[in-house]
Design a protein around this ligand. Structure first.
Ligand SMILES: *Cc1c(COP(=O)(O)O)cnc(C)c1O
Length: 236
């Protein structure tokens, strides 16, 4: 596996998908999903052009930050976040993608208040209404967005979704389109400052081309950059 070749290939595919959709390639950010990767691999990815890392697990985030492994890149939190762990994340990442409940939203707001900062967030939508997934149900999104606008220490930047593992090529396009429409709907209800609600975090290794075709501004890619991950819980 050649990491820098993979990065180049994914960057080229992103640019091609953007152009095919009549979009500026610079309007799509590549977020490297770095779960289970070592400090060395993260540093190598950044040396090879990665400018944004997405971390899933609080423990890994904390360890990589302590080792200064993300130097030269921005860091986002993209995984499930437990309310009792917000202290370890708020103020340490530039964007939290996975806010799916009023409780988590309020915990983030409270922690940001304590730090005297404003934390950028996305609302995660459980777009296919899967039992196993985090995120709010589509029907609850509008109320959650309104709650977020009322939180002085969070700034709502857009939406994130993780559709089902695609069974066939193109299977997730309808979900990506749904999320994009949801963002348009929410923006229509905002009274001001709509320009900051510009982020659509959707698409992973298997489907990021489709996500870009449907308007993704940020794709979270792991396997296509780093190769297959060991099974969860395996030694690393
Ligand atoms: C692991 C992960 C990704 C990347 O998945 P790949 O299929 O390896 O590209 C993207 N988003 C989230 C939230 C993840 O946990």
């Amino acid at each position: 596996m050649d990491l820098s070749q993979n990065i180049k290939a994914v960057q080229e595919e992103i640019a091609a998908a953007a152009r095919a959709a009549g979009r500026d390639p610079a309007s799509v950010a590549l977020c490297a999903a770095t779960k289970v990767q070592t400090d060395e691999t993260i540093r190598a990815a950044i040396a090879a052009g990665i400018r944004l890392c997405g971390e899933n697990r609080v423990q890994e985030l904390t360890a990589h930050l302590a080792a200064d492994a993300y130097a030269g890149a921005e860091v986002h939190f993209i995984g499930h976040l437990q309310t009792n762990k917000v202290k370890q994340v708020v103020g340490r990442v530039s964007l939290i993608h996975s806010v799916g409940s009023p409780r988590l939203l309020q915990a983030i707001d409270a922690q940001a208040d304590k730090l005297g900062i404003v934390q950028d967030i996305l609302l995660e939508v459980n777009v296919a209404e899967e039992e196993s997934k985090g995120g709010c149900l589509p029907k609850d999104l509008s109320a959650l967005a309104e709650l977020a606008w009322g939180c002085p220490h969070v700034r709502l930047r857009g939406l994130m979704a993780i559709p089902p593992i695609s069974s066939s090529p193109g299977a997730n396009r309808k979900y990506f389109a749904q999320i994009r429409r949801s963002l348009v709907d929410i923006k229509a209800k905002m009274t001001d400052n709509q320009d900051i609600m510009d982020c659509l975090s959707m698409g992973m290794s298997a489907d990021y081309m489709d996500a870009i075709a449907e308007g993704a501004t940020l794709v979270r890619v792991g396997t296509a950059l780093f190769g297959p991950r060991p099974p969860m819980g395996a030694a690393r």
